[in-house]
Write a protein that binds this ligand. Structure first.
Ligand code: NI
Length: 177
């Protein structure tokens, strides 16, 4: 296990279209996933995509502690070669941060409910229909695989700023991912 260096906004790797993972069970992928989970928990964050650790591959890790969601704990998990589709057409602004833009957050329009799919390192199907923070983190991490950082989706720049300054606004619904 090892902590990985996190690329910050401006690094070209964050703008690349990531490549599909051809062998999710490969030892190198399992090691990368383990290291990404360790790096995410250390940061701390609730999600981390492979391009953020300089590996332009289509996979991300996330976790959803029950105290954040009021729902059963989702332990650190990987989603490899993900796809998602919106369920319905409702969107809402979500307050997001990103480990590649430390100290900043903004309101980002996101689908309220999505259905997503992917596999884990054993080839098991993962995903399902989700909403709330779960839907939010999947959309944020998926964007990283297409070279999209959340500021590219901000529509109300009055919500974009440093955490300490924005703490005067209502509490954030998101944390760094
Ligand atoms: Ni991010």
């Amino acid at each position: 296990m090892a902590l990985l260096k996190i690329a910050r906004m401006g690094n070209p790797v964050l703008l690349q279209m990531a490549e599909p993972v051809t062998n999710p069970g490969a030892p190198a992928i399992r090691r990368l996933v383990d290291d990404m989970i360790e790096t995410m928990l250390d940061a701390p964050g609730i999600g981390l995509a492979a391009p953020q650790v300089h590996r332009p591959l289509r996979l991300f890790v996330f976790h959803l502690p029950s105290e954040r969601t009021g729902q059963p704990n989702i332990p650190p998990s990987v989603v490899i070669n993900p796809h998602f589709t919106p369920v319905g057409d409702a969107t809402m602004p979500r307050i997001e941060g990103c480990l590649s833009l430390p100290g900043l957050r903004a309101a980002v329009p996101r689908w309220v409910r999505i259905h997503y799919t992917g596999v884990d390192c054993d080839g098991n199907e993962v995903g399902g229909e989700v909403d709330g923070l779960h839907a939010n983190v999947v959309q944020h991490e998926y964007d990283h695989l297409d070279g999209i950082l959340y500021p590219m989706r901000v529509t109300d720049f009055a919500t974009f700023g440093f955490n300490e300054e924005l703490s005067r606004l209502p509490p954030a619904t998101e944390q760094d991912a």
